[in-house]
Structures are given as structure tokens and as C-alpha cells.
Write a protein that binds this ligand. Structure first.
Ligand code: BES
Ligand code: ZN
Ligand code: ZN
Length: 463
């Protein structure tokens, strides 16, 4: 069990009581005078994400008031996990089961710490949950999000294509999946030329990572991730400020591994395939160049306008391969463009899809999960921006506008037309801390997507 949860000691656990500004007076009315004075004198108003510890008659901690935005705002519990003193706590709210479960998950997300290089042996506050099934359900989500964050937060030196492959192999082993990979020159032999071109200048050779799991008769779901372990920009080198965060350019790969973990842990009845284009966009004498024409698995030729638009080249062969087993749904995740965060800011993940029905399902799930995503259009006329004089396509538009859209239109050329397809262009990184969402690597859109998948493909099968 994760350290942040326990099943023991519910009777001694300290209650966490969520209140809104609006609820506070009504709540106080039911309290002894001592508590009313304490709350008033402390100036506690129920402001969202504020906290107040309540003393008992014996002077010991008797409860904690948590300010929440509105009834059911689960994220506040994420803020509590990191801030409360060591001890056992329980949620004391008359919320429905789904909200209580989300609060338990938020707690776990807030308890995250990245400890690989800096030991933090401080003991953690624990949340007491009432039954093993809720712990299991919360842990599936929380451990998957922690995996995403750990993968992203790990510096490039320790998270190269071979390390991503090891993470995928471990995951396959843990859940009875099959792992396969193509390494270096094998990519040329097996016809993944664009991925090879992006990664060939690195001493850490590029890899196509391929994980399969689930019963063959179940509907097929394929996840594709951009695993650019470091994006220097290539010969079109990035300025220092733009390069600084580029260890996170495998954020898409981290998302598909995290989502795969969640799907496998919950036993979603799908036949899952995960494909990751893993490469370092490095600079060396053998790097691919602006003006080069690359061949791709699909057969389309691509003229390289800018070596920094490498993500779409790293995953276009995997997207083409996704058609091989004719899945019901393909979802790719990629830290693809700076333009997506210009459009939506860094905290709303952009998505594109060729299906209005899927878009509607995702938006509904996003709202229910409080996991913000927003659809951008696959505006066909912008395809003209990808015309090349000497090849089928250029890898990026020459103008500065609509960069997330033209990148998505580029990817669309590699996906089977009749297949439902979703493309996420995300930040995968929190620039600021919010309750349950510390600074650094972050899973974005993962909860919304998983909920949508559950709605579409059905919940855990009866044993
Ligand atoms: N990995 C970057 C995109 C990125 C940058 C995502 C910053 C999140 C934060 C991608 O490979 C890239 O460099 N894209 C270029 C494309 C351009 C050259 C057409 C971009 O967006 O500037
Ligand atoms: Zn780039
Ligand atoms: Zn990139």
C-alpha cells in the first residue's frame, strides 16, 4: 500500500472537514462555544485551500477545517496531504461516493514527492480509507500519476530511450503484458525511418517501444507517445531558456505509460497496445538536417524545415504502425508544440480528434473529473501550410500562427482515416504548485481520458 493511505485506526483518525465560505456559519452553529471562538478568533473564513486545526478540550488536535471552493471540491484534500502534521486523518464530509473517492485520490496526488536525488525521509500524514476496494481504486490512479511525474522529473541523463524502455518492460512484467522493442539500426530494417532520423545523432540510440496487454477478443485501443528524452532542437538548436525544460519532452511517453498502468491495474476490458517513439534530439555530425527529405513508414516523404519540429517525426511512424491491427481508438500524447500553451495556457491540455462523439465524451469526462482539457480544430485549409516543393509534406509550417493545429494536421496524415483518433498536445509540467499538483512533471488529461475509456469500454470485468 502507498504510504499515504492506511486501512487502520479509523476511530482515532483526525477528521478533515471541508467547508465553503457559505457553509461555515451553519457548521459553526452545531459546534460548542469553544470551537466557535477558536474559528472566529483565528480569522478562518472558509477561503478555498485555507486550513485550520481545531483543538479538543484536552488541547490535542481534534479536527482540521479545510476551505473548499464549493461543495465537492476534492482538490482541497490534495493541499492537505503535503501540509498536515504526521498522523492519521479521515474525510468527514457528507459527499457522494464518487466525490469521496476523488478526494482520496487528490490526497494521494498531493502526497507525491520526487526523491530520486534528494532524500526526504520525513514521515507522511496518512489518510484512513474504510475498505480495501477504495484503497485499490485510489492507488491505481495515484500510482499511475506518480509514475508519470517520476518519469518526467527524472533528468535526461537518467531517462534516455533505454530507460523509457526499461520502464515499459517493468510495467509489462508487473501486469502480465508483452514487451517488445526495436533498437537503433533495427528501426531502419523494420521501416521506422523518421524515428531513426530524429534519434540517430545521440549516443543513446533511438527505440520503438511496443507493449501489449489484454485479451485478444476485447476492443483494441492503441496509445502512442512522444518520447523525446531531450530536445536540444537539433541543428536548429534551441536558445538556453527554451532548452532548459526539455527533459520533459518525453512527457507524452510518460502519459501513455501512466495511462497503460491505470488501464492494466483496473483491468479495463480492452486489448491494449502502447507504442513509443523514443529518441534524443541531439546534435552531432550525423544529425538530420534542415532541408533533408525523410522517408516514413507510411510511405510519405517529409522535407525537414526545422529540426526542432522533431516530435511529429518521432511519432509519425508509430502512428502509421497503429493501423496494423485496426484499433477502435488511437490516442497519442505529445509535448508537441509551444503553440498549444500559447493557445490555452499551461494548465489546460489541448486535444484534437476526428470524431465529434469522442470529443463530447472527453469533454464530459473532463468536467466530471475536474481535469481540464479543450478541443482545438483540425482545420483542413491549414493543410496547405504543410506543402513542400520537393516532398509530400514539410515537417512544420513556415508562419508563426496556428502551430498546434498544423502539427496535429501533420500527424493526421499518418493515421487511418476510419479510425477514431485523439491527439493530445500537452505541457506535462506544472509551472506553479496547486493543491494536489506540485511543481514539475504532471499528468494532464489522464483522469479525463481514463474516465472516458471506462465509459466507452466498460468497467472492470466480473471475475
Ligand atoms: N518539444 C517542443 C515543443 C514544446 C516546447 C513543448 C516547449 C512544450 C514546451 C517541440 O519539439 C518544438 O520544439 N516545437 C517547435 C516547433 C516549431 C519549430 C515549428 C515549437 O513549438 O516551437
Ligand atoms: Zn523540438
Ligand atoms: Zn520536442
Amino acid at each position: 500500500m502507498l504510504d499515504c493511505y492506511t486501512l487502520d485506526g479509523a476511530d482515532q483518525a483526525i477528521p478533515l472537514i471541508p467547508v465553503t465560505r457559505h457553509d461555515l456559519d451553519a457548521w459553526l452553529e452545531g459546534q460548542p462555544e469553544r470551537v466557535r471562538h477558536w474559528v472566529r478568533d483565528a480569522g478562518f473564513t472558509g477561503k478555498a485551500n485555507s486550513r485550520l486545526r481545531l483543538p479538543g478540550e484536552d488541547g490535542r488536535l481534534q479536527g482540521v477545517l479545510l476551505g473548499v471552493h464549493e461543495h465537492g471540491d476534492a482538490w482541497a484534500f490534495g493541499g492537505a496531504a503535503a501540509k498536515l502534521p504526521v498522523g492519521s486523518y479521515r474525510i468527514d464530509a457528507s459527499w457522494d461516493d464518487a466525490r469521496l473517492q476523488r478526494a482520496a485520490i487528490a490526497w494521494g496526488l498531493g502526497a507525491y514527492r520526487y526523491t530520486r536525488y534528494k532524500d526526504s525521509s520525513r514521515e507522511q500524514a496518512r489518510l484512513v480509507l474504510s475498505d480495501a476496494a477504495s484503497v485499490e481504486a485510489a492507488e491505481a490512479v495515484v500510482a499511475s500519476a506518480w509514475l508519470v511525474r517520476d518519469l518526467i522529473n527524472t533528468p535526461a541523463e537518467d531517462m534516455m530511450p533505454q530507460d523509457l524502455a526499461a520502464a515499459a518492460r517493468d510495467l509489462a512484467a508487473a501486469f502480465g503484458g508483452e514487451f517488445h522493442e526495436l533498437v537503433g539500426e533495427e528501426l531502419l530494417v523494420e521501416n521506422y525511418p523518421a524515428l531513426h532520423a530524429v534519434g540517430r545523432a545521440s549516443v543513446h540510440v533511438p527505440r520503438l517501444i511496443d507493449l501489449r496487454w489484454g485479451t485478444a477478443s476485447h476492443p483494441r485501443l492503441t496509445l502512442v507517445g512522444k518520447g523525446v528524452c531531450f530536445d536540444s532542437g537539433g541543428l536548429d538548436i534551441k536558445p538556453a531558456a527554451g532548452m532548459r525544460q526539455m527533459k520533459k519532452d518525453m512527457g507524452g511517453a510518460a502519459h501513455v505509460l501512466g495511462l497503460a498502468r491505470l488501464i492494466m491495474a483496473r483491468g479495463l476490458p480492452v486489448r491494449l497496445r502502447v507504442l513509443i517513439g523514443a529518441a534524443e534530439n541531439a546534435i552531432a555530425g550525423n544529425a538530420f538536417r534542415p532541408g533533408d527529405v525523410l522517408r516514413t513508414r507510411k510511405g510519405l516523404t517529409v522535407e525537414v524545415d526545422n529540426t526542432d519540429a522533431e516530435g511529429r517525426l518521432a511519432i509519425c511512424d508509430a502512428l502509421a504502425e497503429s493501423a496494423a491491427d485496426d484499433p477502435a481508438l488511437v490516442i497519442d500524447f505529445a509535448t508537441l508544440t509551444g503553440a498549444a500553451r500559447v493557445a490555452l495556457g499551461t494548465e489546460v491540455a489541448a486535444f484534437f480528434t476526428n470524431s465529434d462523439e469522442v470529443a463530447a465524451g472527453l469533454m464530459q469526462a473532463s468536467e466530471l473529473e475536474d481535469d481540464p482539457i479543450w478541443r482545438l480544430p483540425l482545420h483542413k485549409p491549414y493543410r496547405a501550410e504543410l506543402d513542400s516543393d520537393i516532398a509530400d509534406l514539410v515537417n512544420c509550417a513556415s508562419g508563426p500562427f496556428g502551430g498546434a493545429i498544423t502539427a496535429a494536421l501533420f500527424l493526421q496524415r499518418f493515421v487511418a482515416r476510419h479510425t477514431d483518433w485523439v491527439h493530445f498536445d500537452l505541457m506535462a509540467w506544472n509551472l506553479r504548485a496547486r493543491p494536489g499538483r506540485p511543481k514539475g512533471g504532471e499528468a494532464m488529461g489522464l483522469y479525463a481520458v481514463y474516465r472516458y475509456l471506462e465509459e466507452r469500454f466498460g468497467k472492470q470485468e466480473e471475475a
